[in-house]
Ligand binder design. Structure first.
Ligand SMILES: *[C@@H]1O[C@H](CO)[C@@H](O)[C@H](O)[C@H]1NC(C)=O
Ligand SMILES: *[C@@H]1O[C@H](CO)[C@@H](O)[C@H](O)[C@H]1NC(C)=O
Ligand SMILES: *[C@@H]1O[C@H](CO)[C@@H](O)[C@H](O)[C@H]1NC(C)=O
Length: 391
């Protein structure tokens, strides 16, 4: 009897202690927990609401501004209105159809990244001569935010543009909080100067685009009539919660966006829209307030109000780099977080002597196994999803 009581007592003590310990851990880590778990649960509960109903339409997010207001707000400092018409040389003459207009979001000082892109996947003449596709690649920029450095950097930009003729610059400060301004630039420019492009792509300047795979994919879409319409494809974020922690770069205050979930959107690292969607987004930018400074979220809001929803493509990457492996290269479209190693990847993408292990039935089997190892193991987070292993 006596001993039993003592046991129970001991047990209860342990229980109390553990509960206390757990509670204090929860209290100490609450902010982390809220950020990583609770806010995601909350946002996923609201995702359906945000995506299904029209309250975003009628909210304060939407304020009519004068239609021409946004577009003439920041005049062009560098522009190439003829970029999408021929190029003077014979091969391009009479060629009005542009398969893809690709905007690379760059910053004035990122010369090395632009140069790496020009020499690799952004080489228009290569894409034309080797892949037979008419692609236009331009870099979208603002002006250098630092007054002291501005005139020097601007001089270098003019020089650079004199050589390559591929910069589109507007007179706004090129800062993180002006990304939505840069976003609007892209859709206004393509509406005005390149409405004939079948597809519009927006990409960061630190991504690798596997041009041969992308061109192949876009051509497939074009040949299957219906799917080249109403298309917005990329790495989709579903039910992402707004970051409320002030110290975070992506912090968005409640006053700016009051709901616990963003509408679905594709990662800004790289996504593609069809011509009709590009036009719809352009129309949306004319009537929506652009106060949300996270450009890909703003795209989500524009698309939501126009009734367009994003599609997932497993080989568009979000934040992370694709694993370096030939079994991946055969399928990859974009990979994020590259600087100089785009040259290495481009070599793998274009060298005809490059080894393609996935050919044949056995090769396919081998590559599926390799991709499962690379993508599906729990510690390989943040790259392509496990589903990509089986395509
Ligand atoms: C682009 O590709 C063409 C044709 O393949 C090549 O001749 C040219 O040197 C390349 N340009 C750059 C900047 O690498
Ligand atoms: C955006 O650019 C405009 C025009 O240069 C500037 O006035 C504004 O301060 C910039 N905004 C931010 C948040 O950098
Ligand atoms: C609101 O959004 C829906 C699609 O969700 C769209 O069809 C409708 O035209 C929008 N209404 C307004 C007033 O923008």
């Amino acid at each position: 009897m006596f001993i039993n009581f003592r046991r129970i007592h001991k047990c209860q003590c342990m229980q109390l202690l553990t509960t206390g310990l757990l509670l204090s851990v929860v209290m100490v880590c609450w902010e982390q927990l809220d950020h990583h778990v609770v806010s995601h649960i909350r946002s996923n509960m609201h995702r359906y609401l945000v995506n299904s109903y029209d309250f975003l339409n009628y909210s304060y997010v939407i304020r009519k501004v004068s239609a021409e207001g946004e577009s003439v707000k920041y005049p062009y400092l560098i522009n190439h209105p003829d970029k999408c018409r021929g190029r003077g040389d014979e091969a391009w003459d009479g060629l009005n159809d542009v398969l893809l207009l690709l905007f690379v979001k760059s910053s004035p000082e990122n010369f090395d990244r632009r140069q790496a892109i020009r020499e690799t996947w952004g080489n228009e003449s290569y894409v034309w001569s080797e892949l037979g596709a008419s692609v236009r690649i331009v870099f979208a920029l603002g002006v250098h935010p630092n007054v002291g450095q501005r005139s020097g950097v601007q001089k270098a930009l003019l020089q650079e543009d004199h050589t390559y003729k591929d910069l589109i610059q507007q007179n706004f400060l090129d800062t993180f909080h002006n990304l939505t301004v840069k976003f609007i630039l892209q859709f206004h420019w393509s509406h005005t100067y390149c409405p004939q492009a079948s597809f519009l792509m927006s990409a960061d300047d630190d991504i690798f685009v596997h041009m041969p795979n992308l061109v192949k994919y876009l051509r497939q879409l074009l040949s299957s009539q219906s799917r080249a319409k109403d298309l917005w494809v990329g790495h989709v974020h579903r039910g992402a919660p707004p970051v409320r922690r002030k110290e975070n770069k992506y912090h968005v205050p409640v006053e700016l966006y009051p709901w616990p979930s963003y509408p679905d959107y594709t990662a800004g690292a790289g996504y593609v829209v069809s011509r009709d969607v590009a036009e719809k987004i352009y129309q949306a930018t004319l009537v929506l307030s652009s106060s949300i400074y996270i450009d890909d979220v703003f795209m989500g809001i524009c698309a939501k109000t126009m009734g367009v929803s994003p599609q997932e493509h497993v080989y568009f990457s979000g934040e992370a780099k694709a694993p370096y492996h030939p079994c991946i290269y055969d399928h990859m479209i974009t990979s994020h977080g590259h600087a100089t190693d785009v040259r290495l990847l481009w070599q793998a993408a274009t060298d005809p002597t490059e080894y393609h292990p996935s050919r044949g039935f056995l090769g396919n089997l081998y590559c599926t196994a390799v991709r499962v190892m690379l993508l599906c193991l729990p510690w390989n987070t943040n790259t392509y999803s496990c589903l990509a292993a089986f395509t």
